[in-house]
Design a protein around this ligand. Sequence first.
Ligand SMILES: [Zn+2]
Length: 301
Amino acid sequence: MKPFLSLQKLAGLLLLGLSLAGQPLWAAGKLPVVASFSVLGDLVSQVGGSKVAVMTLVGPDQDAHIFQPAPKDAQAVGQAKVVFLNGLGFDGWMPRLLQASGSKAKLITVSNGITAQTMQEDGKQATDPHAWQDPVRVQQYVRNIAKGLSDNDPANAAYYNKNAASYLMALDQLQKWVSAEVGAIPASKRRVITSHDAFGYLAKRFGIRFLSPQGMNTEAEAAPKDVANLINQIKQEKIRAVFVENISNPKLLQQLSTEGGVSVSDRLFSDALSKTNGPAGTYLNMYRHNIAVLVAGMKKN
Ligand SMILES: [Zn+2]
């Protein structure tokens, strides 16, 4: 289900990482930290503020499910003091990368303490890793980030806790706004089609039904039978809210919309932010963007 690093590749990364190890990657005077993917990179930046320098391994519009670490990633992890990962099987390559780089960094799993949901994957129940799609669970992420930074940089603990407290309030406001927006849509219209099944936590929290043919991993191909079933469902239930994601191949959804007779509504951001100048450059902007286009799409159902 996840790509693994081969031993040869790890050894190669280690050698390249060591040969580059003399070059400092980080601004002096800040706590050097690494986050596995862009959504988490933003959350760490919000809490760390001006006291940390955050490097993100899987960048904007990139897919952590199929990520292959490069020598520069081993180098970054090797020089970091704290490394943050999502956990729940999303970025399972991180502990091996840490080991390969000889890093002494503290590894913080930000999903620790949340209740995980399950999802269908290849006909079996699997842990759903996309917990950042629920702003309430992200509050636990933020508490774990604040603790991780404070434990490793006690001199700035009060600063991290203050940033975390104001971000927790922003997440409260976000949740209230989403509840009001989605609440204005009749329950019978709250149905959406996406390419990969990344919105289970959002669906449960706010009462939206997501249908997706691709399953959890973006690398898996949708079976023709599933695609045919979904097209029938689109026609029968008259679903017009059909979305592509920033990290996935839009071909499948284009096929669905051609054969199902609906047009693709807009782009959702699931596993990665947009570039800074895009519509989803931060977690809060990503969430607001997704809800705005989801609500507009569901109104057409
Ligand atoms: Zn995903």
